[in-house]
Write a protein that binds this ligand. Structure first.
Ligand code: BDP
Length: 737
């Protein structure tokens, strides 16, 4: 090729590349479509997919056909033909043996996929190449359709498919902490998704898109209202609204559940008591539940927060948590309903017992006392959704009880709306934690999927991060946390990294120069947040109430439980830092299986990322690196803050691959996160240095302000905060200059 030709060629290549980038970025994207964007494929992929998906053959008894049509039309840039039989290469055949004679004639072995799984197989039908998506139920077909579309979206080959899939956990539920007045407890994405006032007459199209998104990742349950519940949800007025939502979610395989207060027979039923052993109370629930099932025949059941943070419960009547659960379980059983009974129980009165011990001490003695249709719902850690906690000691400790896992998808303690913190690594850590209950390999995942103790009723819940914001989750990257929750709920063995990659490809682009750095950024983000907020096993150092921003100095306030303060957890004093949970302290370690307890009890064998959770250690204690505890602590804070700076830089180099709208939002939020991380770093170092009286290690710059400045720093009305914000005086006093 001559020089002239080469130059022209280079120019043409540049123009083509620019065209590609422009076509990626030109259209603003508000994030509404989540990971279901179905944008057109290009080049060789397009011709490959067109050849592999040109004809849709199936009976439209569910919503799979609509989704396949939508997806294929978007990805192929033109709709596939829809026909009654395979007439050409590249047909996609979908259905159940019941809904489709063609699927029936293929005699696929569907025994292994149960009622929710599916097979996807490349076959030859009437001499034509075809892909078959088959299941025993319409929902199985829908899950298979979403799987197939995911392969296309992530540019996987589709010519030789042989996939058999079924979920490992039967109930995969989102818990919405939504109030009937439209606010959302710990919600950072606008107001409630449920427009209660206009229901049941008006069904927002968002309900359908919510259902599509949930079904695409296998979520099959939604608790519509806050665990801090109100009895009004059980009035006929609201039950009709609930039924209307259930009607929209049903074709997508999503059942509706409700959170209800234990005292409802008193507040709504005007009974004198809600005592679980009072026959009138039982009769009231029986009648109410019958009424619910008349409105919603496939109603899932109740989620209950009882005797926790001031909520009423069976203990008000001297009854156990199991007796309380049994009351509801008996009334729900004839209808096929279940109870998800939360173990998040701790006393808020004056008490001396370590908060981390309380749920175990309450529930462990009740093992075997819960009915078959009850699951005890246990948070991943023993305190409360901290950036890092050890797994909850109840996992593995209740072999005769159905246990389910509760994760928090909303980032209550992890920077809330704006910070990029991908929770895949946190969820994965929780699921893979080894309880040692039956020897090595007794992971939390095996406890909750029923394989360790053979339970048949299995479940997992995630506290939703979804609201009325156009992009659903308050930020684009928060969408990844909804996504990863669903994918891990379906299969707890999937890797957080692989899921991040899928999500990035579907949400943004398959361009490797974008995918690789963004996945890396996501995978590092949770550890970075741990570093700048609560390193080495510290916990609950956030500002009181709002849980946003640093508040390590927050000491027990009058009239408040001690464990709602930060100093209760850090226990920092001249002698050192950390919570002694060994036998010389609260002995919470004894709640773990003996092999593990022995490992945790010795600071030399305790995982260092949980060191201060279990031990109170001198500031000069040497870590495995040879550094002192104080130096390491300071270095962690600095490392976390530095990570955010780098992440911001990474993102700033990627604008060519993202539409301007989502690029800008993320860039702005990273700028906020950089400030927040620095604030965490500076305030924490300033506070702990005022106690340790040690110099900062080389490379860690001193905080620019004084501790008093950090303590006084005030952000009034942090997002969704009930009153004031970190450091702010209550709104009804004179605001200081
Ligand atoms: C805590 C939240 C609080 C919830 C509580 C719960 O701060 O708003 O009500 O958990 O799970 O994380 O019930």
């Amino acid at each position: 090729m001559g020089a002239m030709k080469r130059a022209v060629w280079a120019l043409l290549t540049m123009i083509a590349a620019a065209g590609l980038i422009v076509s990626h970025t030109a259209r603003a994207d508000d994030g509404y479509r989540l990971w279901l964007r179905y944008v057109p494929a290009h080049g060789q992929w397009l011709s490959r997919y067109r050849a592999g998906a040109s004809e849709l053959v199936g009976a439209d008894t569910g919503v799979a056909q609509a989704e396949l049509l939508r997806g294929l039309t978007g990805i192929l840039g033109q709709p596939p033909t829809v026909s009654g039989d395979v007439t050409r290469n590249g047909a996609i055949v979908f259905g159940t043996p019941h809904s489709s004679a063609l699927v029936r004639s293929l005699a696929l072995d569907l025994r292994r996929v149960g009622s929710q799984g599916y097979v996807i197989r490349s076959l030859s039908i009437h001499g034509h190449r075809a892909t078959v998506i088959a299941a025993n139920t319409d929902i199985g077909v829908l899950y298979g359709a979403f799987h197939f579309l995911r392969l296309l979206q992530t540019r996987e080959p589709i010519a030789r498919l042989d996939i058999t899939a079924r979920p490992r956990i039967r109930r995969r539920v989102l818990d919405h902490w939504d109030n009937l007045n439209g606010t959302v407890e710990r919600g950072y994405a606008g107001s409630s998704l449920w427009q209660w006032q206009s229901l049941p007459e008006h069904l927002s199209p968002r309900y359908t898109d919510y259902a599509r998104a949930c079904a695409s990742i296998g979520i099959n349950g939604a608790v519509l209202d806050n665990v801090n519940a109100t009895p009004y949800i059980l009035t006929p007025l609201y039950l009709r609204k609930v039924a209307a939502i259930a009607g929209v979610l049903r074709p997508y395989g999503i059942r509706v559940y409700l959170s209800v207060p234990f005292s409802t027979p008193v507040t709504l039923g005007h009974l004198k008591s809600a005592d679980p052993l009072d026959p009138k109370v039982g009769a009231w629930w029986t009648a109410k539940i019958a009424q619910i099932y008349r409105e919603i025949p496939d109603f899932g059941g109740f989620l209950m927060k009882a005797n926790s943070e001031g909520q009423p419960g069976p203990e008000d009547y001297g009854r156990t948590q199991a007796q309380g659960a049994d009351l509801l379980a008996r009334a729900l059983a004839p209808h096929g309903g279940i109870v998800m009974w939360r173990a998040f129980v701790y006393s808020t009165g004056a008490h001396s017992e370590d908060r981390a011990r309380q749920a175990y001490d309450t529930f462990k003695p009740l093992d075997g006392r819960f009915a078959d249709n009850v699951l005890v719902q246990v948070k991943n850690g023993p305190i409360d959704f901290q950036p890092r906690e050890p797994f909850h000691p109840l996992f593995g400790a209740m072999p005769h009880t159905n246990l389910m896992l509760e994760l928090e998808v909303t980032k209550e303690y992890l920077g809330q709306q704006t910070s990029i913190v991908y929770l895949g690594p946190l969820f994965q850590e929780a699921l893979r934690a080894d309880t040692w209950a039956q020897g090595a390999g007794s992971t939390v995942a095996k406890v909750i999927d029923g394989s360790l103790y053979g339970e048949r009723l299995t479940a997992i819940a995630g506290v939703a991060n979804i609201g009325s914001d156009r992009n659903w989750c308050g930020s684009i990257f928060n969408q990844a946390n909804w996504y990863v929750f669903g994918r891990l709920a379906w299969n707890p063995d999937l890797s957080a990294r692989r899921i991040a990659e899928e999500w990035v490809r579907m949400t943004f682009t398959n361009e490797p120069r974008f995918v690789a750095p963004v996945v890396k950024m996501m995978m590092g983000s949770r550890e970075a947040a741990v570093d700048y907020m609560t390193p080495l096993g510290l916990a609950s150092q956030m500002a009181a109430g709002t849980h946003f921003g640093p508040g390590p100095w927050v000491a027990p306030a009058k009239g408040m439980p001690a464990d709602w303060s930060s100093t209760y957890y850090s226990r920092a004093d001249a002698g050192g830092i950390g919570f002694d949970r060994t036998v010389s302290g609260s002995d919470a370690i004894a709640q773990y299986a003996p092999h593990l307890a022995a490992q945790l009890a010795n600071p030399a064998t305790c995982p260092e990322d949980l060191l201060l959770w279990f031990h109170h250690l001198p500031w000069d204690y040497r870590l495995r690196s040879g550094r002192t505890l104080w130096d390491s602590l300071a270095l962690h804070y600095a490392r976390g803050a530095a990570w955010v700076k780098e992440a911001r830089q990474t993102w700033s180099g990627l604008s060519a691959y993202v539409d301007p709208q989502r690029y800008r939002l993320t860039a702005d939020f990273l700028a906020i996160q950089e400030k927040d991380a620095q604030w965490w770093r500076d305030a924490s170092i300033a506070y702990f240095q005022s106690i340790s009286h040690r110099p900062l290690p080389a490379g860690v710059a001193p905080p620019p302000d004084t501790l008093a400045d950090y303590e006084a720093f005030c952000i009034p009305y942090v997002e969704n905060s009930p009153a004031g914000g970190p450091g702010c005086p209550p709104a009804d006093v004179t605001v200081p200059r």
